[in-house]
Each structure stands twice: as structure tokens, then as C-alpha cells.
Design a protein around this ligand. Structure first.
Ligand SMILES: [Zn+2]
Length: 668
């Protein structure tokens, strides 16, 4: 390829990747499958490696993380990043409102926004290009974390208009990323992050941007450091402007003309807060008009026109009754605090993981202690600290055992791990946990076969391995505690139905180390059957995009075990399906469907199919589903109440189908 061709190709790829990234990470409306995005990214990386002179700082390839830094440079903020004064109750809010009224009269409005619990950052753009990102630091001087911020996929590298602007926002770790990160760290025996905020801050302060890239951070932008740079007379219009530039802003914001409406908004979020996919620790209230903001001015520490309402800390005191040991599916032994039942953030808490022995020592936890408990992210109960001054002298030190509490094998600490593990493959606790995993939702999804029933069946020696589940009889089930005729029938039907599951569910259920639900799906699509996968070599596995060396090794050694071979034979003999049954993605050339190679937009409410089903089927037939209508759109599927996208399609003369027509095509 010559330089000129490469230049054109690179330009095309960057535009596509920027567009797809924006749709996926900012609008949350992906128009192409992840695999397509990954493929284009690989192509771009390869081209940039071949033609290093064409590399550019705003190329989407910087998202994978660049060179490791020695240290973070200091950055002076052009305008200080002030912190906000706090309100803790309704009275504080009414006092704030009174002060505003005294200064500017009654004619004004508030804007309320969720206060994201992350790390405050500032992003600087020169003529639309992201040039520098920094932490808040002390408000005047922060640290240059540009390389790490570039790995956050919702941070635009180039704006939709060539403006020079400094924007402020909160980088955060979504709850799901946080849970997955901690689960992986637990599995590897590494120290856990206390909450998503610490995890986000820890990730952004890594000198190796590849670590930040792996942490799945996100960002919401909520302010402009140089408001004079834009044409807006209010905070809310400024946020709308950020939307238009391609930034991700939080859509839950609301204009509230009175303090009563502000309070109503806050009370609503106290309840809805646990259901958000990210953590918030309060509500920010600002006077909307920029002219009035200026009139109100700032104190040395904080603006007078804004206040942060902080949700009450949901911490309660209870007694730590005992410390139990749990042996997980991978043999990690986890100490768990058994608590005097207590209500925290709406639910009763009686257990909290203590993670590992080091943490117990660090927090100086003894059995019988009065402890402060809270829910991290309002989900996971956690022992915050011990009230040492409430001790009576009766408290007992906890000793981590040297042997597995379930099978008495000696516990070991694997290389560099904090966690203690039982490595006996016949350990009953691990087998039981493996059974629970096998029937869980993302695995074989057998309804009615929860933890309690599995434990009973296992304890009664009715099942020893996952194949035994398929040999259970009605009589055996009826002998179990609290198992009636109806439940037994339902359970047998659910077990029977699970035999038809597509291969990926079985693969995930087998609990092969490092093979998660997503990898299982990839393997199932690539190999099509258990036999093919079992015969795959390490090289063949690594050749697949999403399969790394560690996973490949683990898969190969799993299928080398005699026990695994026997188990799969047994499952097969019981009639468990060993083939992939889902749609196979066809390339445009392979498909003779009308969708092949076409770009299709779905809009309005579909009645028979869900959006996702329609999308999956179109993609399976070689079509691409995009989020917005443009000249490049070949076809629009318009459901009920289709709005602006349908209008746009008609304006551009793009072909439009209704759902019925779509179904007809699918059924051909
Ligand atoms: Zn054991």
C-alpha cells in the first residue's frame, strides 16, 4: 500500500470508529456488533504501525492505552475547580434558597443534577481536539492524566465543532464494571477496591494507561470552565451545547422553578438511587441563569449559586456474632462476618464478606465486636470499621484455619495471592459451588434449582456432579424438604428443557477457569460443537480475537482431563445438547438475504419482535443496524409511533418498511 492510499484508508477507519464509538458509548445506541468495532480497530492499529508517520494524537487507537509514564505532570487549571458547599437536610436547602432570593429576587430557576460519585476531572480541547485532561487536585493544580482519560471511550477525542473549550465532569466506574473488577481480583487473590469511586480514582492514577483502558470507566460532563467560549445564557443551555459537541451528559437533570420542586426531585432520587447503574452520593442544585450566577458570585471556597445535597450516609452499628468460612467454586476460602440482623438502606443485612485475613487484621476485627456496617454502592454489605471503645474484653481474635473447613486439605497461598485456597479437586464445597454455578441463569438456567435445593441434593448424596442432575427422579425430589408435587414437576420440566440449551450455556456452566459467559459464546460460535472445541489446539484458540493465552491454556488442560472427558460423555448420554444453536453471523458475501451489506435503521415501537431481536436477526443475515438515518441508510423499519427518524427517511427518500414487511422477509 502506498502512503496516499494508507492515508485515505486511515482517515476512513478513524471516522467510522469515532462514529461507532459515539453511538455506543455516548448515545448508548450501538449500530454495529462489538466484533465489527474490534475488527476495524485492529485494521487501524496495523496500518498505523505500518505507517507511523500517519499516527495522530486523536486517533481512536489511543484508547487501547499508550506508553507507560514515569510520573504525572502537574497542570494548573485556568479557572480554579471550586468545590461546592454542602446541604445535609431540608433546612439547609431552604436557607440556601432564602439567600438566593435575597440576592436576586424571586425570578429565577434551579437546575438539579445527579451528583456522580467518581473523580472530578477537567478536559481541555483546542479547536475541537482533546489536548489535555487533568484531575481536580487541590482545585488549582491537578495532575495530567490525559493518556488515561483517552482510554475512556465516551471521552470524545475530536468534537463535532472546532471549539476551544474546557469542560468539567466526573469520571466514574459503573457498578457492573466495579463488581466484575472486584470479582476478578478476588479470583486472583488480589486486594479488593472498597467502592467504585476508589476503583475509578485508582484506575485513573495508574501510570500504565493500558490498566486504565481495561477498567471500563465512563464519564459524565457537567460544566464548562470557560463559559465565555460558548453561546449560552444558562447552565442548562450550556449542557445542551455539550450534548451537541458530542459529550456525554447526564440526562436525569431537571429544571426546578422552586425549592419545593428541588426537594421533591431529591426525595425521588433517594428511592430510585439503588437502581441506577452508577453510584451517586447526592444532588447538585445550581441557579440556571449565568447572569444571576455572576451576580451571586463566589466565596473563597465555593460558588454562592450552587449547593450539593449529600445523601445521608447509610451506616449502622451492629454486633459481629461470628466469622464463617466459605469455600468458593475455585477453592478460595473467604471469611464472612455473621452479623446481628440490621436494616441498612432498605434491606436486612446479616452477612458481609470480610474478603481475606489481611483485611481482618487491618481493620482489627474481633468476634463479638460492635461494628459499623454500610452497603457499598447500596448493594454489597461491608464492615466499615470496629468501635474499639465499645469492647468489653469478651471479644475473641479470629484465626484463619490452616486447613479447608469442608475437606480438611491443607490451604495454600498461590503465587502472590492474598487469598487462601483449597486445591483439592474433590473438595465437596467446591463441587457444590460448581453445581450452583452450573444451574445459574447465565449457565444452564434451571429454574427452581436454587442454592438451597442443590445443597440438599448434594448433602443427601443424590447428586455428585452436574451429570447427576439429569438422572434425578420425581420420587427423589419429593423426598426433599418443602418440595411439593407441583414444584417437582416444574423442576423436572426445567431440567428437561435445559438439555436443549445452546452450547455456550453448557460451556459456561462447566466452569472452565477464565471462561466467562461472553468467552463461552465466542467459543460456541467459532467451534460450533463441544467435540470441535475439545479437539482445538492452543494455537487455534489464540487465533480467535477474544481468547488470550491464559484462557487457551485453561481450555486445553480442561479437555485433557479424564474426568472432564467422562463428564461430557455422561452429559451427552443424558441427551444434553452439545451444539451451538444461535444465529451464525454471515458475512455480506455469504448471505443471499436482502439485508446483506445493507445499513438498516430501526425506529418506533415494534410489536412482535423486540428491537434487539430484530437487530440480531438482521445482523445474522449480513445486514448492519445503525442508530441514525443518513444518506447511507438503505432501509428504515418503522414501528408504531415512529418519529423524527421516519421523517428524516422520508425526506431523504430512504425505503421504509413496517414490522409486518420485516417479518415477511425473515420468514422467507
Ligand atoms: Zn476443600
Amino acid at each position: 500500500m502506498d502512503l496516499q492510499t494508507a492515508k485515505t484508508k486511515i482517515h476512513e477507519l478513524r471516522n467510522l470508529l469515532n462514529q461507532y464509538g459515539y453511538e455506543y458509548y455516548v448515545l448508548d445506541q450501538p449500530s454495529v456488533p462489538d466484533a465489527e468495532y474490534d475488527r476495524l480497530m485492529q485494521d487501524l492499529i496495523a496500518l498505523e504501525e505500518q505507517f507511523p508517520e500517519l499516527m495522530s494524537a486523536d486517533s481512536p487507537t489511543v484508547r487501547v492505552g499508550g506508553a507507560v509514564l514515569d510520573m504525572f505532570e502537574k497542570v494548573e487549571h485556568r479557572l480554579p475547580m471550586l468545590s461546592l458547599a454542602n446541604a445535609f437536610n431540608e433546612q439547609d436547602l431552604r436557607d440556601f434558597d432564602r439567600r438566593i432570593r435575597q440576592a436576586v429576587g424571586d425570578n429565577f430557576s434551579y437546575v438539579c443534577e445527579l451528583k456522580i460519585d467518581g473523580l472530578a476531572v477537567s478536559l481541555r480541547y483546542e479547536e475541537g481536539v482533546f489536548v489535555q485532561g487533568s484531575t481536580r487536585g487541590d482545585g488549582t493544580i491537578g495532575e495530567d492524566i490525559t493518556a488515561n482519560l483517552k482510554t475512556i471511550k465516551s471521552v470524545p477525542l475530536r468534537l463535532k465543532e472546532p471549539v476551544s473549550i474546557e469542560v468539567r465532569g466526573e469520571a466514574y466506574m459503573p457498578k457492573r464494571s466495579f463488581e466484575a473488577l472486584n470479582a476478578a481480583r478476588q479470583e486472583r487473590g488480589e486486594e479488593l477496591f472498597a467502592n467504585p469511586r476508589n476503583a475509578a480514582a485508582g484506575s485513573l492514577r495508574q501510570l500504565d494507561p493500558k490498566i486504565a483502558a481495561s477498567r471500563r470507566l465512563d464519564i459524565f460532563l457537567y460544566g464548562i470552565g470557560n463559559p465565555e467560549a460558548i453561546d449560552a445564557d444558562s447552565h442548562s443551555k450550556g449542557l445542551d451545547f455539550l450534548d451537541r459537541l458530542g459529550f456525554k451528559t447526564n440526562k436525569e437533570r431537571r429544571k426546578c422553578p422552586t425549592i419545593d420542586e428541588v426537594i421533591e426531585y431529591i426525595n425521588g432520587w433517594v428511592e430510585k438511587r439503588p437502581h441506577l447503574p452508577y453510584e451517586i452520593d447526592g444532588i447538585v442544585i445550581k441557579v440556571d441563569s449565568l447572569a444571576q450566577q455572576e451576580e451571586l458570585g463566589t466565596t473563597a471556597k465555593s460558588p454562592r449559586w450552587a449547593i450539593a445535597f449529600k445523601f445521608p450516609a447509610e451506616e449502622v452499628v451492629t454486633t459481629l456474632l461470628n466469622i464463617e468460612l466459605n469455600v468458593g467454586r475455585t477453592g478460595v476460602v473467604t471469611p464472612t462476618a455473621i452479623l446481628e440482623p440490621v436494616k441498612v438502606a432498605g434491606t436486612t443485612v446479616q452477612r458481609a464478606s470480610l474478603h481475606n485475613e489481611d483485611l481482618i487484621r487491618e481493620k482489627d476485627i474481633k468476634i463479638g465486636d460492635k461494628v459499623v456496617v454500610k452497603k457499598a454502592g447500596d448493594i454489597i454489605p461491608e464492615v466499615v470499621n470496629v468501635l474499639a471503645d465499645k469492647r468489653t474484653g469478651e471479644e475473641v481474635d479470629f484465626q484463619m484455619p490452616t486447613h479447608c473447613p469442608e475437606c480438611s486439605s491443607e490451604l495454600v497461598r498461590l503465587n502472590g495471592e492474598v487469598a487462601l485456597r483449597c486445591i483439592n479437586p474433590k473438595c465437596p464445597a467446591q463441587i457444590r459451588e460448581g453445581l450452583i454455578h452450573f444451574v445459574s441463569r447465565d449457565a444452564m438456567n434451571i429454574d427452581g434449582l436454587g442454592e438451597k435445593v442443590i445443597s440438599q441434593l448434594f448433602f443427601e448424596k443424590l447428586i455428585h456432579d452436574v451429570a447427576d442432575i439429569y438422572q434425578l427422579t420425581r420420587e427423589q425430589l419429593l423426598d426433599l424438604e418443602r418440595m411439593g408435587e407441583k414444584s417437582a414437576s416444574n423442576l423436572l420440566a426445567a431440567i428437561e428443557a435445559s438439555k436443549d440449551n445452546s452450547l455456550e450455556k453448557l460451556l459456561f456452566g462447566l466452569g472452565i477457569r477464565h471462561v466467562g459467559a461472553k468467552a463461552a459464546k465466542t467459543l460456541a460460535i467459532q467451534f460450533g460443537s463441544m467435540n470441535n472445541l475439545a479437539a482445538a489446539t492452543k494455537e487455534e484458540l489464540i487465533a480467535i480475537n477474544e481468547i488470550g493465552e491464559k484462557m487457551a491454556d485453561s481450555i486445553v488442560s480442561f479437555f485433557e482431563q479424564e474426568e472432564a472427558k467422562e463428564l461430557i460423555e455422561e452429559l451427552m448420554a443424558c441427551g444434553v445438547n452439545m451444539e451451538y444453536k444461535g444465529p451464525k453471523p454471515l458475512s455480506a458475501e455469504e448471505s443471499d438475504s436482502v439485508f446483506a451489506g445493507k445499513t438498516i435503521v430501526l425506529t418506533g415501537k415494534l410489536e412482535v419482535l423486540t428491537r434487539n431481536e430484530a437487530k440480531e436477526r438482521i445482523e445474522a443475515l449480513g445486514g448492519k443496524v445503525a442508530g441514525s438515518v443518513s444518506k447511507k441508510t438503505h432501509l428504515v423499519i418503522a414501528g408504531k409511533d415512529a418519529g423524527s427518524k421516519l421523517a428524516k427517511a422520508q425526506e431523504l427518500g430512504v425505503q421504509v418498511w413496517d414490522e409486518e414487511r420485516l417479518l415477511e422477509e425473515f420468514n422467507k
